[in-house]
Design a protein around this ligand. Sequence first.
Ligand code: 3HC
Length: 311
Amino acid sequence: EDAAHQARFDARIDADGRIEPRDWMPAAYRKTLVRQISQHAHSEIVGMLPEGNWISRAPSLKRKAILLAKVQDEGGHGLYLYSAAETLGTSRAEMLDGLHSGRAKYSSIFNYPTLSWADVGVIGWLVDGAAIMNQIPLCRCSYGPYARAMVRVCKEESFHQRQGYESLLVQMQGTQAQRDMVQDAVNRYWWKCLAMFGPPDADSPHSGQAMRWGIKRFSNDDLRQKFVDATVPQARVLGVTLPDPDLKWNEARGQHDYGAIDWDEFWQVVNGHGPMNRERLATRVKAHEDGAWVREAAAAHAVKQAQRNLK
Ligand code: 3HC
């Protein structure tokens, strides 16, 4: 019985087809998707905190309105992704418990502080730029609900990246102090954005299987390389220096060579010891606890409504 199901599943994957919630799927396929989609959702929700820190201090009403819209989008992305994960049989409560307990991961990049207004632009340009690089292939993920969520997310992410880059262009035409502020933010975020794509392929336990299942379409290192090659000319137009003395065009490869990433720091942060990990989780736990009364009220209302409908 299962052998027939497995054969049909394999044939669908080999034909680059889509797997939908009610289709039979190997338990390990379901498990790795719950892991990745729920952690992707956590990344969106925790990602609201660093830039949210600047909403009350944006330099103009225009910048405040744009930032508000972006942070609200991230919250929406989180909700699509939690819903996509729920189609695999997990629950919102289970996933949130994973985040709040520190068991589940979220993108390492959000464990760093946003020290100046320029950080908001650099997050838009580089962090959302990296996120787009990683999310566009996910629009072709073999699992239907995840791929469809990504199509919507990618449309909004391109606005996030463009608004960040535009605000940096304006700052780079400002005073020397403003230009220095942008360069300082680039210096602090560049290497951490390269690490966002995940460990080197040789140290990536999930990549092989994820690529065979059509979940991961490009390897961590391939996407990282695409990001570097796309970002170097943007940095040149902006007039900032990327903080890597080994970064240079390699004619033979037709790509840029770049320096060594500090993977010890990466794993330190992923394992909970970054500058802001404790604050980020404490903020999410507090928000969840402060919102308990809303969930209870909604549940009580739903029970009353159901009883009314029975009469
Ligand atoms: N931060 C935290 N953990 C990371 C990580 C990162 N940047 N990169 C890898 N890891 C973790 C993996 O989750 C895995 O741990 P786990 O088994 O406990 O889940 C471990 O390191 C090994 O990494 P692998 O490469 O083997 O794992 P994956 O095959 O899952 O690849 C990934 C990692 C590329 C992040 C993949 O999970 C993925 O594509 N996820 C969906 C995209 C995503 O989460 N993007 C976050 C971008 S931020 C964002 O979207 C918000 C933006 O809008 C601002």
